[in-house]
Write a protein that binds this ligand. Structure first.
Ligand code: SAH
Length: 471
């Protein structure tokens, strides 16, 4: 390790930046985060640096660099495009033992800039000792996605209770276990979603439980798993899935997503295939309450978005009534996922100014939809659960006043590797689908936007099974 990692205090101290271009500007922006007193020396100054000087945030000395400029500096950065000048700065700095960085030249630098992940007051610095800036950038990006945005708030929250907990829990091992429960459980989740008061209440409960052996309360996260492609999970969904003690999941949740669940977590299948409900809604509602009351971190994982045809509302209603702590994590709904992966924008300035999501689920062989509302010009209609009733749905939409040659597409297994798109018109689609031996889940999109697929289809275009919307 040639470069030793440290965090330097630069607030109010003079930092000299030699150079007046964009690279210098980038370094100045970094230094400003730590309230350094910045002096820029350069014969020419770019507009962005000039603006900072006009705003009195930095001082500019417009002239060529001279050795004496390094006097009084606590830190020096050489960021000119001229190697001899940069070398001269490095030489002057090392004469006086002042830390110096020459941009992109680790050999002349006594310190280098790490890549930074900021979660104030936490800072993570990453360095490859100057060997591979691109690798460092990739690592930084990974860390950015792994660490929740409000991780810093959690650090501040923890700091507030540190001495209190130290007083209450004398034993160091028990204290460490307690902190793990706080920082890796429902309390942390409450902080991440901005619910500080409830987080405090639960923290207190945890502290009491250490003293009295009281039951620790669990929580439920109602999480949208998206339409299938695991990369369409939200960052929060992924984190909660990986932390969960129990995952209660639906048929629509893809196997790739279930593979992200911790190996030792319990997985409970809750259905539901059409017509063979494996668990009644009431049983699921009660199951979630029971698991949470056992102190478990429960993830209730549902396909798409839990609040779109997902009965998510009913499940958390029961949790709310029973006083169980819960949160809801939205997911990409089938309409967004299938539309994007089929190359069919749901709205478009030329073709559709509105879009409705409806369910085509049959109740006693009848679909009660208020068809008259579906005859709206320039509107895209998206039908969930419309495979079984497809012929009837298309027929009723025509009868409500839509043209029989309105383009329509059925997307089978949207966003999955085996996605297929069958296109046609309101009139021809049911027959096209009948020939294609389609299986659920499928999503129906109706409207002129479907035509755009001819141009915009991008996913799985090697052997498309679709026929043109103009057929
Ligand atoms: N909450 C889910 C919808 C549940 S209803 C969401 O927001 O997406 C179930 C219906 O969603 C299915 O019958 C089907 O119409 C649609 N659906 C879900 N995933 C799908 C997928 N990957 N491809 C096509 N349709 C899908």
């Amino acid at each position: 390790m040639d470069f030793f990692p440290v965090f330097l205090r630069v607030a109010e101290r003079q930092c000299l930046v030699v150079g007046g271009g964009h690279i210098a500007y980038r370094k100045v922006q970094l230094l400003l985060k730590s309230n350094a007193a910045i002096v820029v020396v350069a014969p020419e100054i770019c507009a962005s640096l000039q603006q900072l000087a006009d705003d009195k945030r930095i001082k500019i000395v417009q002239k060529a660099f001279e050795e004496s400029d390094v006097n009084n500096a606590s830190l020096i950065i050489a960021a000119t495009s001229l190697s001899p000048v940069n070398a001269k700065v490095a030489e002057a700095a090392s004469q006086l033992n002042i830390p110096v960085n020459v941009v992109d030249t680790p050999d002349l630098s006594s310190f280098i800039f790490p890549a930074i992940v900021e979660r104030p007051p936490l800072t993570i610095a990453v360095s490859s000792g100057g060997s591979s800036p691109v690798l460092v950038r990739i690592l930084r990006e990974r860390l950015e996605t792994l660490i929740p945005a409000r991780f810093g708030t959690l650090a501040e929250f923890a700091a507030r209770f540190r001495s209190h907990i130290k007083q209450r829990v004398g034993d160091a091992t028990r204290r460490r276990h307690l902190w793990e429960q706080i920082l890796y459980g429902p309390v942390a989740e409450l902080v991440f979603t901005g619910q500080q008061l409830e987080a405090e209440r639960q923290l207190q409960q945890l502290v009491d439980s250490v003293d009295q052996g009281a039951q620790i309360s669990g929580s439920v996260a109602l999480v949208g798993a998206g339409p299938g492609d695991p990369e369409l999970l939200t960052l929060r969904a992924l984190r909660l899935i990986q932390q969960a003690d129990v995952v209660v999941y639906d048929r629509l949740v893809s196997t790739e997503i279930m593979e992200l669940v911790r190996r030792d977590a319990e997985k409970i299948y809750a259905g539901k295939a059409r017509s063979q409900h494996s668990m009644s809604q009431e049983t699921i509602n009660q199951l979630l309450v029971r698991l949470a009351k056992q102190g478990k971190q429960v993830v209730r994982l549902k396909g798409g978005d839990p609040f779109i045809f997902g009965r998510g509302g009913e499940e958390i209603e029961t949790l709310a009534e029973e006083g169980v702590c819960f949160q809801v994590v939205p997911g990409i709904t089938a309409a967004s996922g299938c539309a994007a992966y089929a190359g069919i924008p749901l709205t478009h300035r030329d073709y559709a100014q509105s879009c409705v999501f409806i369910t085509g689920h049959l109740q006693q062989d009848n679909i009660n939809l208020g068809w008259e509302h579906l005859n709206v010009a320039n509107q895209t209609i998206v039908v969930y659960m419309g495979l079984v009733g497809l012929p009837a749905i298309c027929q009723r939409i025509i009868e409500s006043g839509n043209k029989a040659d309105t383009p329509a597409a059925l997307i089978e297994h949207g966003t999955h590797q085996d996605q297929r798109v069958i296109t046609g018109t309101l009139k021809t689609l049911p027959e096209n689908v009948a020939h294609a031996q389609v299986s659920a889940p499928t999503l129906l999109i109706i409207g002129d936007v479907v035509r755009l697929r001819n141009k915009l289809a991008w996913f799985q275009q090697i052997s498309p099974i679709s026929s043109s919307a103009d057929d």
